[in-house]
Design a protein around this ligand. Structure first.
Ligand code: ATP
Length: 244
């Protein structure tokens, strides 16, 4: 199977320090790839390089088999993906206008914007908030707006960098359940950075464990979690430590 995205000998160095070194990584159409690893392992750097927010120091990125000029990506190419971060980037206007923002920039006709926004507000269970100022939302509501704003653009790839980490547990569970069915329905190829094993177990098809800028294990999520290799095992054990 031909990958949607392929990294070939990607390195990112800063002040002679290697922050990321990925000899090879393929991401396939419709899959949800989880990325876990300790603080500073290079997870966000990987997402920034995959989404061309940051150019690698060396190496090549292929999208649908075609090399992407990492430092000089066209707007058309950039619009094929959406990035959602932990901090919600909400504009000081209504929820409706927040979700509509990307379509307006793309000059989509008004009637179609209305139809699409209503559809996505409904999908994320926030139709009742359409007229509310988005700055008055709870964290969970704001993250729903953020995700709706990304998915309304029908991105070919969705990059999520710890989008649920600021939410309380029940809010997180409800949002992840809704979000998981939306991702399955839309078959959106997704890269999902998380610190939470249960999130990763529930949402992802494959899992990459990163340590000191290198992928130390990559495989089907259930297999990686059940039979982690030596170094991945010690990281996963630390993740499940409790205070008792
Ligand atoms: N542009 C940069 N210049 C210099 N150092 C950087 C740069 N970007 C990241 N780093 C460093 O690279 C390492 C990896 O950072 P990154 O944010 O990718 O890690 P992470 O795995 O996402 O961490 P966390 O779990 O804490 O969010 C860190 O030590 C960080 O300080």
């Amino acid at each position: 199977m031909k990958p949607l995205i392929h990294l070939d000998h990607i390195q990112y160095t800063s002040k002679e320090r290697t922050i990321l070194s990925v000899p090879e990584l393929s991401i396939f159409h419709g899959e949800i790839l989880g990325v876990m690893g300790p603080n500073g392992a290079g997870k966000s750097t990987l997402v920034k390089i995959l989404s061309c927010l940051q150019a690698p120091t060396s190496g090549k990125i292929f999208y649908n088999g075609v090399e992407v000029p990492a430092g000089n990506v066209s707007l058309e190419q950039r619009r094929k993906w959406a990035v959602v971060l932990q901090q919600t980037l909400i504009f000081d206007t209504t929820v409706f206008q927040n979700v509509a923002a990307g379509l307006k920039i793309r000059k989509v006709p008004k009637a179609m914007i209305k139809e699409k926004v209503e559809y996505w507000l409904e999908k994320f269970g926030i139709s009742h908030l359409a007229k509310k100022n988005a700055h008055q939302l709870s964290g969970g509501e704001a993250q729903r707006v953020n995700l709706a704003r990304a998915l309304i653009l029908e991105p070919e790839v969705l990059y999520l960098d710890e989008p649920f980490s600021a939410l309380d547990y029940p809010t997180k569970v409800r949002l992840i359940r809704d979000f998981s069915s939306i991702l399955k329905e839309t078959s959106t190829t997704t890269v999902f950075v998380s610190h939470d094993i249960s999130e990763v177990k529930f949402l992802t098809d494959r899992l990459a464990i990163l340590k000191l800028g290198e992928i130390i294990q990559l495989g089907f999520t259930a297999e990686v979690l059940q039979t982690p290799h030596h170094e991945a095992a010690s990281f996963l054990n630390e993740m499940t430590l409790n205070l008792e």
